[in-house]
Design a protein around this ligand. Sequence first.
Ligand code: PAZ
Length: 433
Amino acid sequence: VGTHRDPSSTLVAQRATDRRADLHFELRDHLGQPVSQFGFDGEAWIKSWERFAPGATTGGAGQRRPRMGGLDSAEEADAFFASSPEDPAFAPSVERLRAFLQRVGPDTPIALVTSGGTTAPLERTAVRFVDNFSSGSRGAASAEYLLRAGYAVVFLHREGSLRPFDRKIPDAARWFHDSLVASYDANGIPPPNGLDWHGNSILDMLQTSTANLDRPGVCAESLAGEALRTKIDLGGHFDMINRGTLLATPFTTLFQYLNLLRALCVEMSAVATPERVMVYLAAAVSDFYVPWERLPTHKIQSREAGESGPNNLPGIDATEDGGVVIRLSQTPKMLGHVRSRWCPNAYVVGFKLETDPDILLEKANRSLVKYRMHLVVANEMHRRKDRVALVEPEGRSTWVNRPEDMADIEELMIGELARRHVKFVEESSDGKS
Ligand code: PAZ
């Protein structure tokens, strides 16, 4: 039922039966080779374990890392980052952000928009993962309206989720865009005008398609056809790209997302007048995950009922009927760190999603107070495209309803938020003078 690693040696004690009385153990070394076997009185053993590792004998699979502080403590956040895997895309993403911030004028407001859902892998070489419903529609639409409102937008989005300006383009065309980027990369084709291919819209490709038609792997005509068949504000889009006001940074896993979020916030907090930064946290971040140190390296194998295994997988228990029990830990809460440590001068907008409308406002308000958000957007799962509440300090909340003839509720939301952000910047500069 449990695997417990003794930090003073490399031995792993594995309980071989699930009967509390008369327990049988097999000790294995760190390579999984049996060293010895023994058995003894189960109840006494359970009591002794419970004394110094409460819950360890009943909590199911795996080693339990003791919590150092609360879930939202700096220690928990630091431990999460220290144990995250290396991400080869991390450093280039931060470099691209630095170049982007250099291009943004000193008076331009900047928004960091997070969008789409994170995955929590179940294996290091992830074949399987826990995901969520988020399509990225909220983030993509919000980024568009922020751009239209004059913001430079850093769009931190789930790879493959919806993106500004191409969110209405059919999947086939977006797939084509991604293949095109891969093909440009593989062939070393540099981006035009010093801009960046990665994460930029499908429409960037249109602009330069004719120049690249003779290049290997590039076939832009069908792409142009797809895009032009949809009703898109091409002029507006090219304007944004040409002005260099949109930077998209992709992530997939929870580890990638949180590492990038922290790095981008820290970079953005160093701009002149950091109050002009709005952090808009619309991504649906997994509340539960398997810590990296507990993930098996390779794919978890399936097996017949009664067959033994998985063995030596610290986060996973086999059940009698051939199933597995995987224990998910709670993801450390990072919202408070955005406010207090990573981006302390920015205007920070959190989001709260609930399926039960009766608890929505209360939960949003709790998040506002606990993490010192400037505003929390409260939305109910099935009505999220039609109405949201903007929850602010001192119990204020404003409902925003989408009129029938308006395509996106984000148009109204961003109007409201941009107004509040302007006021926030003015009040911050008044406070300084
Ligand atoms: O991505 P989408 O448009 O399908 O959904 C948007 C949303 C519901 C994920 C977003 O509005 C939101 O509430 N994000 C935060 C979710 C949460 O962690 O509570």
